[in-house]
Design a protein. Structure first.
Length: 277
């Protein structure tokens, strides 16, 4: 998804209290710090009269390499604010994610040198509660949660709650579009725009991202289908997995052409590997 960090910041800015509650915090105060930059959303927080810094960061797919940047960033924030920093991680899709136990430790031999403690929130493990519906920002991620609804019903419910509780038209359109983008990634075969209603999203500048995301998913499916017809199921399965890491629509169109004209699957695979670099 294009610029997901910016999308998550929209959610966290307007639903920070709800997101921290998902992580087990009950904050009496939650004040965004100025000069956020391009990193996670940063709050000055208070729980049970304990002041601290909270960083909220959302990941479509987990990459353990970010632990290093989190370690450096949290240390810098604590030094600047003279407060402890708690990192809250929200992982939206399982992928290759494995539980980390909320710790990242560095050692030299048996001796510890640095450590980072954080809280992991895996959306797919969360069972929605009634209070979620009061936070339209949180409902953008409802289709990715551990609800027990059919996908179309979950998208419909989230769209209706966002429409009801988000009062500002542009923000409401942003929430609807962010939810549609996430739902489309989770259920690429569903007509997400048709379920929500495109009129609910047109005021959002993110709407073009939704159209591009849909075009990318369709082109990716077309490539896989051609590979399946020309070279077989095994190759198609391998191809589908590799193509997940390519999010440039123009490059995907090029791969579609290669899928049609390649004489051997290995020839096509070399093009995919080159596009993935």
């Amino acid at each position: 998804m294009a610029d997901w960090a910016a999308g998550f910041k929209i959610i966290a800015t307007h639903a920070g209290q709800a997101l921290t509650q998902l992580a087990g915090l009950v904050c009496q105060q939650l004040e965004p710090l100025p000069d956020q930059g391009n990193g996670p959303l940063v709050f000055r927080a208070q729980e049970n009269e304990q002041n601290f810094i909270a960083t909220l960061e959302g990941f479509l797919h987990w990459d353990e390499r970010v632990l290093w940047s989190m370690l450096a960033r949290s240390s810098a924030l604590s030094e600047r604010e003279r407060l402890p920093t708690l990192c809250l991680l929200y992982i939206l899709f399982p992928g290759s994610y494995r539980p980390l136990g909320g710790q990242f430790r560095l050692r030299v031999g048996a001796n510890p040198t640095q450590a980072l403690w954080f809280r992991e929130v895996c959306l797919w493990d969360l069972k929605p509660e009634p209070w979620w519906e009061m936070f339209p920002g949180l409902m953008t991620m409802f289709p990715l949660s551990g609800h027990r609804l059919e996908p179309a019903a979950a998208i419909t419910l989230a769209a209706e709650r966002i429409h009801r509780y988000a009062k500002e038209p542009k923000l409401r359109a942003d929430f609807q579009t962010l939810m549609a983008l996430l739902a489309k990634m989770r259920h690429p075969d569903l007509d997400v725009v048709g379920i929500i209603g495109k009129e609910r999203m047109k005021e959002s500048p993110l709407y073009d991202d939704l159209l591009a995301e849909g075009a990318l998913l369709q082109c990716r499916d077309d490539v896989v289908r051609i590979i399946q017809l020309r070279f077989g199921d095994k190759e198609a399965k391998q191809c589908k997995k590799t193509l997940q890491g390519i999010d440039d629509l123009d490059r995907m169109h090029e791969l579609l052409e290669h899928a049609v004209v390649a004489k051997r699957y290995e020839q096509f695979r070399r093009e995919v590997d080159s596009a993935s670099e």
